[in-house]
Design a protein. Structure first.
Length: 148
């Protein structure tokens, strides 16, 4: 994937990620935020959305670990990972690679999620060939609490 070949909205998103900025598109009609951004609002269909900067922080809503057939060696270079539904502080939910998820801590994380605890995550930008991928990782306080 080369930035020069991306659609303008996708390109701006990835340029922002490379700078540590996280951009979505907000609908002035219904207030929904699309993250990652889309050409139009998925909630009401409005085409006139506006750029809005997000904190980049959120919480883990669910998780799944990759099976052997779905394991991606290039992701392992950054540590243990899984996939998780992340709800951004501003509301949008999307599935991302999340670092810090392991077979050992999965039961405890699932228990905490079901109990309604907030499992904080923050961006972990990973350099790929010609672009930067937005991933997330467990917040430090979550990692520390899992060690106990």
């Amino acid at each position: 994937m080369e930035l020069s070949k991306m659609e303008p909205i996708v390109k701006r998103f990835y340029e922002g990620v490379a700078k540590g900025e996280y951009w979505g598109r907000k609908c002035p009609e219904c207030g929904a935020i699309e993250f990652p951004p889309h050409l139009m609002c998925n909630s009401c269909g409005n085409r006139d959305t506006e750029w809005v900067r997000l904190t980049g922080h959120g919480k883990l809503l669910s998780l799944v670990l990759p099976g052997i057939q779905n394991n991606k060696p290039y992701l392992k270079d950054e540590g243990k990972y899984g996939y998780g539904a992340v709800q951004m502080d501003e509301g949008p939910i999307y599935t991302f690679v999340v670092y810090g998820l392991t077979k050992k801590n999965r039961p405890e994380l699932n228990r905490r999620i079901k109990a309604g605890e907030t499992i904080g995550v923050h961006p972990k930008n990973v350099q790929r060939d010609g672009w930067v991928e937005l991933c997330f990782e467990l917040d430090d306080d979550v990692k520390e609490s899992l060690k106990k």
